[in-house]
Write a protein that binds this ligand. Sequence first.
Ligand code: IYR
Length: 225
Amino acid sequence: MASEINDPGFIDLNFRIIEPVEKQIEAADEFFEILNSRRTVRDFTDQPVPFELIEKAILTAGTAPSGAHMQPWRFVVVQDPDIKARIKEAAEKEEYESYHGRMPDRWLRRLAPIGTDEHKPFLTIAPYLIVVFRITSVSDLGEPEPTYYSQESVGIAVGMLLAALHNMGLATLTHTPSPMKFLQEILGRPKTEVPYVLIPVGYPSPDAKVPDFERKELEEIMTVI
Ligand code: IYR
């Protein structure tokens, strides 16, 4: 039984230096402007998305750092209309329960400005659903071994996935139907892969609306000591 641990040795760091500092500031400003224009979208069209964009976005997400470099993620791309329909049916069933009893009033009050309810039409309209799974354990020398810091690792990878998709002009929704176990069953993933988030991807409908939210000011989110 071979161990899956391998030791590839070390190579020189290939670091992208940006000089002078003005160019660093320019790069920082440009990146901020791009990411600051990202919005969570709930109204999609069925306009097809080139599959190579989805592939490139997932490759980009896969560059995320991870605990012990275990890369504890799997990205399941759903394009099959029948499977999307099954996911929609199962998600709406769970969401109905959530909106009609499982979520406390204070949570529902938080969601009211966003205008969500148990109906999830985007699950069949958006051309792709990317379902992200967190790999909780691997087999090493025939024994299960946990992945390390998998929550943090997958969270970072999802952030990078959303940024990559936004940067290529695609709209996303960070959707977490709860509980998400039905995704493991419908998509046939093993018990060691736990659903983390479901991301519909596509183009926004021309009349898509988003809440008139503001982001916290720097002073509110940064503490310097
Ligand atoms: N998962 C539900 C409820 C929901 C929860 C949060 I926190 C949100 O920011 C938005 C929705 C739904 O998708 O409707």
